[in-house]
Each structure stands twice: as C-alpha cells, then as structure tokens.
Design a binder for this molecule. Structure first.
Ligand SMILES: [Mn+2]
Length: 400
C-alpha cells in the first residue's frame, strides 16, 4: 500500500508545472459486461497516480490558484452499493490526502465560480487511437471534456505533463516495481524447476496465477503468455491451452502487479532436451539481451539506442543464417526492443529524447522462426541509474 504522501507530492509536482492552473481529471467509468455484471475494473492510470483511488466515476480537482485539491464522489445507487461496494468519503480522504470531498451537485456549483477565475482548464484530452487501432474507448474523458467545454474557453491536455513526471520513477515506485519483480521471479523459478512436469500451457498459467496471488500480488499485470513450440511466434498468444510436447521450447511472458506497479518478464525454457538449433537460437537471443542491457545509461539517446539494437539483432540473425538481405531482419524480430514500465505495463517514456536516471524500461530481444517452430524472447526490467543501470530482474538467471 502506497502512502497518501506519494499522491500528495505527485499533485504538487504536477501543479508546479502548471502554476496557478486549474486541473480537472476523471476516473474511468465502470463498464457493463452482461446484464448483471460489470467488467473487472482497472483505474485510469493517471488518475490513480494522482489520487490512489481504485474506484470508478470519481473526479479530481486541483485548483492551483487556491492551492486546494478536492475529490468529487460519484452518485452510487443503493443497488450498486450492495453489489459492488463503494468508497466512503473518509476512505477517499485517507487514501488520497486531498483537502476535501464534495458531491457532484456541489461540483456543478463550484464550476460556476471556477470559470470566473480561470479561462483555461487542464484535463486529459479525449484519446483517439481509432486511426491506428479499432479500439472502443472508455467514455470517461469524452464526458468530462464535454462538460468542461460548456464552462471554459480553453481546454488544455495535461497528459504530456503527467507523462513526463511518470517517466522518472520515485523511490516508492521503484520499490513497488521491485516487489512485483520479486514475486514474479520466485514464481518463474518454481516453474522452471518443474518444467518437465507440465503437459499443457494452461498448467503453467495456473502455476503463475497461484504464485502471484499466494504471495500477495494483486494478480497478473497483463494477460500472461505461455506459448509452446510454434505458438511462441504469435506475439500476443494468450490462449495458453495447447499441449506441451517433449522437446518444445516454452516462452513465458508474465509479471505480477503489486501496489499498483507491474513487472514484465519473459523467459524461454525447454521441456526435455534441446536440439542444437534451439540452443543456437537461444544463445543468439541471450547474447543480444546481455549486449543491449549493457548499452543502457543516462544520456544515451533513444535514436542511438535503436540503431545499436538494430546492429546487434542483425548480426545475431545473420549468424543464424536467417538473413538473405540484412533489411528483412524485421521478419524475425518484429516488435519493439523496449518500453517503459510502471503503473502501466507499457508505461510512458515521457517523450524524452534520451535515457534519464529513474526511468525503468524493459529490454526484450526475441527471435521468432515460424518455419522451424522456434520462438525465443528474453525480457528483463532495467532501471537507469546515475552511473549506468541496474538490472532489476537479474536474480532470475538466463539459460534454457
Ligand atoms: Mn514487455
């Protein structure tokens, strides 16, 4: 459990980037799954990072000119209260450390006064990824944006400011990530020790869920991937229901979530004995993993990093005899090498051009050869430090 002082300081740091600014943010809404039940609720991560509130439909107001922060409690029907529970005002105050909690009706009255003091309001812009992905979005930001448009001339997206802050982890955040990693590493170690006894992918998934929950994690930070043989070549394979044959490599990508923060680890193991080709591919990915992690240091630009990663991956793929043309290496390594890690499994890197102390990022080289039923990925979580880096997942050894 992260103390309210963390959320108070996050709000103060955001406020200091937007002096005198008025910031109004919304939690995610609860989404209906079927006639009588809702989807499992996950909070909008910026809202959580500023409040610690894990319930739907709340609002946050930070009035920089009055140096005051308020939460707006949602209207919860009696049915909702009985079936889904609710968060009391006192609990919300204790978790978030805000100055007060008001009702939605009081919020509407307050807006009248706030618009006299502020021309401009900061909020999270309506996200629109429809151009690239056919997502259905949680309507939380659209609803709030529409309400704010009626009162303020200028609506400014504060998402980039929050991203910049979230990209550099504070001690509490690193500690939570390390806790999530500790539980994940212990569980993956158990899986490896007993790898020969698993006959189906789902048995490994069950072992992961058991290890995470038994040790106090909230659960999985994301849907785990347990992919035997050629399934490892489907990058987001989450069916996890195929049999595991002796001689199959098994790619496991899983991470626990603890205190709101995620681990994200991939190891590739083998049931039974590896043939030479499997060992060769594994060794290539292992060398890439070690060399790429070694690059990580403050001041390294993401552009230079990307170019060096390309060189390393090309040379390893070439060594395996896979490249007729060096430019078609993306066929065997089709995903990004790194992403930020934090509240979100794919956390913001803040738009920074270079690596900075306090960033936590994954390093996840992989080589996928569907025609040979081989897919290997080795993913570690790396903290950028003042002098270089610290591999937070180092205690989970590499090796088939
Ligand atoms: Mn990852």
């Amino acid at each position: 459990m992260i103390d309210s002082s963390f959320f108070i300081s996050n709000r103060q740091r955001l406020s200091s980037l937007l002096p005198e600014g008025l910031i109004i943010l919304s939690a995610y809404f609860l989404m209906q799954q079927s006639s009588d039940s809702a989807f499992a609720f996950t909070q909008e991560s910026n809202f959580w990072w500023l409040t610690g509130i894990e319930y739907p439909d709340w609002l946050l107001i930070i009035d920089g000119s009055a140096n005051k922060t308020l939460l707006v409690s949602p209207i919860v029907s009696e049915v909702d209260r009985i079936f889904n529970g609710t968060l009391s005002d006192d609990e919300a105050l204790a978790v978030s450390g805000v100055d007060g909690v008001i009702t939605l009706k009081e919020f509407d009255e307050l807006l009248g006064g706030l618009k006299l003091k502020h021309d401009k309001v900061y909020t999270i812009a309506e996200k629109n990824k429809k151009n690239t992905h056919d997502f259905v979005l949680n309507p939380y930001s659209r609803d709030l944006n529409e309400k704010l448009k009626k009162h303020f001339k200028d609506i400014v997206d504060c998402g980039p400011y929050i991203s910049k802050l979230r990209a550099i982890k504070q001690p509490e955040e690193i500690l939570a990530i390390e806790k999530a990693i500790g539980i994940s590493v212990a569980t993956l170690r158990n899986v490896k020790r007993e790898i020969d006894k698993f006959d189906y992918e789902y048995q490994i998934e069950a072992e992961l869920s058991y290890g995470f929950r038994k040790n106090g994690a909230f659960g999985h930070a994301y849907d785990p991937i347990v992919a035997a043989g050629k399934n490892a070549c489907t990058l987001h394979y989450i069916r996890n229901d195929a049999p595991i044959k002796s001689g199959d490599m098994i790619l496991i990508d899983a991470g626990a979530k603890v205190d709101g923060y995620s681990a994200d680890i991939t190891r590739t193991y083998i049931k039974g004995n590896a043939i030479d080709r499997q060992k060769q591919v594994y060794a290539a990915v292992e060398r890439a993993n070690i060399q790429i992690i070694d690059l990580i240091r403050p001041g390294l630009s993401f552009k230079d990093y990307g170019e060096k990663v390309d060189e390393i991956m090309k040379s390893e793929l070439d060594g395996l005899g896979l490249l007729k043309n060096p430019d078609d290496y993306r066929k065997y390594f089709p995903h990004a090498i790194s992403h930020g890690l934090g509240v979100d499994v794919h956390d913001s890197m803040g738009g920074y051009k270079e690596m900075m102390p306090g960033m936590v990022l994954t390093v996840e080289p992989g080589i996928y050869i569907p025609e040979e039923n081989i897919g290997v990925r080795l993913e570690d979580d790396i903290l950028v430090t003042d002098s270089g880096h610290r591999n937070l997942t180092k205690s989970l050894s590499l090796g088939l």
